[in-house]
Design a protein around this ligand. Structure first.
Ligand code: AMP
Ligand code: MG
Length: 511
């Protein structure tokens, strides 16, 4: 595989290690009205930026062979694996609370799906591979900046054990792309068991193509939920499936809240049917804790703040459940009642998942009614003080439960140290005798309170170097984020508070 110097007019077939994968192309088989055949548009002189051996391993793809052969031609879409059947997906969505009509894969092209030896299915998708029937007024491309942010964030979340799409590679091209300024193009290879969204079903509902709901639902269920697929009565099967979507969405949002991750654009077209984090744009990890923080400059009304995310998860599920009501019962009124009862499970599931995660962050191994108040009072202290979300919890791991020794790591994160000490006293009382083994508790807590998160300024530094042609900072940051719970004393700089210049970083949807 050698890189082309001028792009071919059409992608051609090129032998590569991707050929050794077991291609299934279920999306292409499902066809209209869900998927449209669409080949990538070749791009000038693609070059390698970063390749992720972790994701290659998931796929059963020979990482070394991919790198030696040069992955840029085939992972830019200039050439295709022989067995690929590329498609773009048709979906709609509610954007910032309003039905936006048809959106679809405007710049993402799924080459196909593959099945690994263990039976796991993955879509292999090129994001930024050129225009599709769904590009509307836009260019079908992505800029290097946004692909690096998505690459790093998806890999950071995966390492934090949060469900997410993954990133296999980035390929660059010097083709100019015009956003606020001229930037260069890049193509991200995104990998996920499915890229179907809530908006995939909403699109069919708003088209009044109720007949088209079941085939898509069945495709999702049979590929990803064999235990639900085994239910023969269709209405019962779909109810179980919807209950599952509600549950995995609730636990995903709880995962985000527990690490201070703000998605930024929680439109229903960005909500994965598998409860994975999907479509990274102007996301942000909280540094100074402010529950009202708006990480997306485009979200002037603050619809998608950290505090709002749990509520937004439920609202989005409401749009999804509305779309699939025809599957739940033939009688519309009965379907609404069933849909409502399925949604009613959200709050309890979210709440239990959130409490479990927060208890673990505080090192608690049992549950008491007073725990919620203890957690809320810490979050209140942090918000009043603007303390760093990640450093506070990591600092707490070191504090002795019995004596309060080593409290500086925690208390020094606050301006109001007396308030922090006051909270520590409550925490130590709560720990009581049951958690007397400081070392064991610290080890446990360090396994859930990361030391390293993707701070915006770290991403920005990696981006600026990459834009100058040096990918070493990107590689190094990726490597740090792969092990977020490890001490990594040699990388302690990456766990520092953001520098002052980073406070002004503003992110918008432009990508
Ligand atoms: P996003 O905010 O990235 O989730 O995108 C919202 C919608 O806009 C999706 O339908 C995208 O495919 C589409 N879109 C975003 N950027 C582009 C682009 N550069 N070219 C074509 N479509 C795009
Ligand atoms: Mg999107």
């Amino acid at each position: 595989m050698s890189d082309t110097t001028t792009p071919p007019a059409e992608p051609y077939t090129l032998a590569s290690p991707l050929d050794a994968l077991d291609w299934r192309n279920r999306a292409a088989e499902l066809g209209t009205p869900y998927y449209t055949p669409q080949r990538p548009t070749p791009i000038a002189d693609p070059y390698p930026v970063i390749f992720n051996a972790d994701v290659a391993a998931l796929l059963g793809l020979d990482a070394e062979a991919m790198q030696t052969a040069g992955y840029a031609t085939v992972l830019s879409g200039n050439a295709l694996p022989a067995a690929a059947a590329p498609v773009s997906h048709r979906y709609g969505g509610h954007q910032f609370g309003l039905w936006a009509g048809q959106l679809g894969d405007g710049r993402a092209i799924t080459l196909g799906d593959i099945e690994t030896e263990s039976g796991q299915v993955y879509d292999i998708q090129l994001k930024g591979a050129g225009a599709t029937p769904y590009s509307r007024f836009a260019d079908g491309r992505a800029v290097l900046r946004s692909t690096i942010r998505e690459f790093l964030a998806s890999e950071a979340l995966a390492a934090l054990r949060i469900p997410t799409t993954r990133a296999l590679s980035i390929v660059g091209s010097d083709m100019p792309i015009y956003r606020e300024t001229a930037e260069t193009a890049a193509i991200l290879t995104r990998v996920a068991p499915s890229h179907v969204r809530f908006g995939s079903f909403e699109m069919l509902f708003y088209d009044r193509r109720f007949d088209a709901l079941a085939p898509l639902a069945d495709a999702v269920i049979s590929t990803h939920h064999p235990e639900i697929a085994a239910i023969t009565d269709p209405a019962t099967r779909y109810r179980h499936w919807v209950a599952h979507v509600v549950e995995c969405t609730a636990t995903l949002v709880a995962d985000w809240q527990a690490v201070g991750f703000c998605h930024g654009v929680l439109n229903t077209d960005n909500m994965s049917i598998l409860g994975q984090t999907l479509d990274y744009g102007p996301f942000g990890f909280l540094d100074r804790f402010n529950p009202e923080w708006i990480c997306n400059h485009t979200d002037a009304g603050g619809r998608y703040t950290y505090r709002q995310q749990p509520q937004v998860g439920l609202w989005n599920l409401g749009r999804f459940v509305q779309a699939v009501l025809p599957l739940l019962d033939d009688d519309p009124e009965e379907a609404v009642a069933i849909g409502q009862s399925l949604l009613d499970a959200y709050r309890e599931t979210f709440d239990a998942a959130w409490l479990a995660r927060m208890r673990a962050k505080l090192g608690l191994t049992d549950a008491k009614d007073t725990d919620r108040a203890l957690i809320e009072s810490l979050l209140q202290c942090m918000a009043t003080d603007g303390a760093d979300f990640t450093r506070v919890f990591r600092g707490l791991c070191a504090v002795s439960g019995a004596s309060g020794g080593h409290e500086a790591a925690f208390v020094d994160e606050f301006v109001d140290r007396e308030a922090a000490r006051g909270w520590l006293a409550e925490w130590r009382t709560r720990l009581g005798d049951t958690n007397a083994d400081d070392a064991a508790r610290a080890a446990r807590m360090k396994g859930v309170n990361p030391k390293y998160i993707l701070r915006n300024y770290l991403a920005q530094q990696a981006i600026e170097q990459a834009q100058a042609g040096d990918y070493s900072a990107l590689e190094r940051l990726h490597d740090v984020l792969r092990r977020p719970f490890d001490e990594q004393p040699e990388n302690a700089d990456y766990a520092r508070l953001p520098p002052d210049w980073a406070r002004g970083l503003v992110l918008s949807c432009s990508a």
